[in-house]
Design a protein around this ligand. Structure first.
Ligand SMILES: *[C@@H]1O[C@H](CO)[C@@H](O)[C@H](O)[C@H]1NC(C)=O
Ligand SMILES: *[C@@H]1O[C@H](CO)[C@@H](O)[C@H](O)[C@H]1NC(C)=O
Ligand SMILES: *[C@@H]1O[C@H](CO)[C@@H](O)[C@H](O)[C@H]1NC(C)=O
Length: 147
């Protein structure tokens, strides 16, 4: 009996650690209003390729990917899920790279994270950013059918 309780405690402590890793544990939260633009930043120092992903409703989506050109001074977009809404920009040495998503809607909320890599096949992932979209009062009332 005592042994069982001991194992329960261990299990509980492990679950606590595990669930905090899964949820916010280390992610940063960003809140934007519906319709606004959001800029997410990353560092590509000593890396050649970058890819941004969004996790939402247990679905992982590649949003955009890019790589440095031969000179290392330009960033070439290799994939863009929606060119009308997303754009990547870089500083002159392509160390600081920004992804701008314009006119965010509710469906843009989720966990965002980027992977960066060099010649080696493995990707390195950063801490996720939790993007929350705030509706406004008008949208709240119109969703209720009130005008
Ligand atoms: C990214 O950098 C821009 C420019 O410095 C800043 O305005 C923006 O808030 C940053 N984004 C986040 C999510 O911190
Ligand atoms: C891209 O975004 C625009 C504006 O929100 C939307 O109308 C269009 O359907 C999107 N295209 C794709 C392929 O998701
Ligand atoms: C948001 O992004 C769009 C498209 O890039 C741009 O036309 C618009 O001026 C931006 N709005 C703000 C408030 O920066």
């Amino acid at each position: 009996m005592k042994k069982n309780i001991f194992f329960c405690v261990i299990w509980f402590v492990n679950m606590q650690t595990y669930s905090s890793d899964l949820s916010v544990g280390g992610s940063s939260d960003v809140r934007v209003r519906m319709g606004e633009n959001i800029t997410l930043n990353c560092s590509m120092r000593n890396r050649d390729e970058v890819a941004w992903y969004r996790l939402r409703s247990e679905e992982l989506v590649l949003l955009i990917s890019a790589e440095k050109d031969k000179t290392g001074r330009r960033l070439l977009t290799t994939y863009n899920q929606n060119r009308t809404r997303m754009k990547m920009t870089a500083d002159s040495w392509v160390t600081r790279v920004s992804l701008t998503i314009s006119g965010v809607t509710e469906s843009d909320s989720g966990l965002y994270f980027y992977g960066i890599k060099s010649d080696t096949p493995e990707m390195h992932f950063n801490k996720p950013i939790r993007l929350e979209i705030e509706g406004n009062r008008f949208q709240f009332f119109s969703s209720l059918g009130v005008r």
